[in-house]
Design a protein around this ligand. Structure first.
Ligand SMILES: C[S@@+](CC[C@H](N)C(=O)[O-])C[C@H]1O[C@@H](n2cnc3c(N)ncnc32)[C@H](O)[C@@H]1O
Length: 282
């Protein structure tokens, strides 16, 4: 198999080009952690508000579903292949909204994963509701599960507590949507903020861990992984997003940018907390 689109100079950031359902079975690597931001299947021709203007909710043809069976079949297929690519003590995080998250949870149970938490990401700056017929949607859910019912997983409890003013971190995370500086190489329509991915990565991996994002998009997972001294593989079938991902990695090869981004990531008590923590990690 050679679907490698890009490997960085430091070999810590690799991109594969193609359909995850074709590529994953051929990938002979086991990962410590997976973060997946799969299609939510919310592209139903509806309208929303973006930057004060009316905009379509459609994200791309990859986000359209023909039926509930289609969503179920897709989630079952990628999750069953991915389970085989996880180390025995590995965990997986999957983001979603009501459009897909119930089905993802159901499939995880069918495949014998152990669900650990359902994180609610509360966006501090959600777009207003267009129709004024519902409460404003301001959250996304992220299911955290482990591969094995019996083999323990890694949880960085102490550091999560430390960044939460020395109180146990709860499963509700209040973090803003992406900031302007995160769009320096363009913007993916469903780009996640680095603050969310940094927290996920620091909570569930150690220095040098190998992380996979099977729906990489602009590779927020990979950029957060490398900013946190972890290694990354990403898969996407859209060349424009692979190119954006590559450019984001090249950008942080500049040490000034790398440290600037580390100091800007939200969710820490001060701008040096992440940098100090990373230098203390073995
Ligand atoms: C929700 S977006 C991920 C956005 C990403 N978290 C970020 O921060 O940029 C999902 C991505 O998965 C890709 N994708 C969807 N279905 C795929 C498939 N079957 N195989 C490979 N890539 C796929 C899309 O091109 C899209 O970029």
């Amino acid at each position: 198999m050679n679907k490698t689109y890009y490997t960085s100079k430091d070999k810590n950031f690799s991109l594969l080009s193609g359909d995850v359902l074709d590529l994953l079975p051929q990938l002979d690597i086991k990962f410590d952690m997976i973060f997946a931001d799969p299609p939510y299947f919310l592209s139903n021709d509806g309208l929303t508000i973006e930057n004060g203007k009316i905009a379509s909710v459609n994200k791309g043809s990859w986000d359209k579903a023909t039926s509930y069976n289609y969503i179920n079949d897709f989630n079952y297929r990628w999750l069953s292949i991915i389970k085989d690519k996880m180390k025995n003590d590995a965990t997986i995080w999957i983001s979603g909204t009501y459009h897909n998250i119930f089905n993802v949870g159901n499939v995880l149970n069918l495949l014998d994963f152990k669900i650990l938490n359902i994180i609610t990401w509360q966006k501090t700056n959600p777009p207003p509701n267009f129709s004024c017929r519902y409460f404003t949607h301001s959250t996304e859910q992220i299911i955290w599960a482990r591969k094995s019912k019996n083999i323990p997983h890694f949880f960085n409890y102490d550091f999560m507590k430390r960044i939460n003013n020395d109180k146990q971190m709860t499963d509700v995370w209040s973090l803003s949507s992406i900031a302007k500086w995160e769009k320096s190489q363009g913007k993916h329509p469903t780009q996640k903020p680095l603050s969310l991915l940094a927290r996920i990565i620091l909570a569930s991996t150690k220095k040098g861990s190998l992380i996979l994002d099977p729906f990489a998009g602009s590779s927020t997972t990979g950029i957060a992984a490398n900013l946190c001294n972890r290694r990354f593989y990403g898969i996407d079938f859209e060349e424009k997003y692979l190119e954006m991902s590559k450019n984001r990695k090249i950008e942080i090869e500049n040490l000034n940018v790398l440290n600037d981004y580390r100091s800007k990531i939200d969710g820490f008590l001060d701008k040096n907390q992440l940098i100090n923590y990373l230098s203390s990690e073995e």
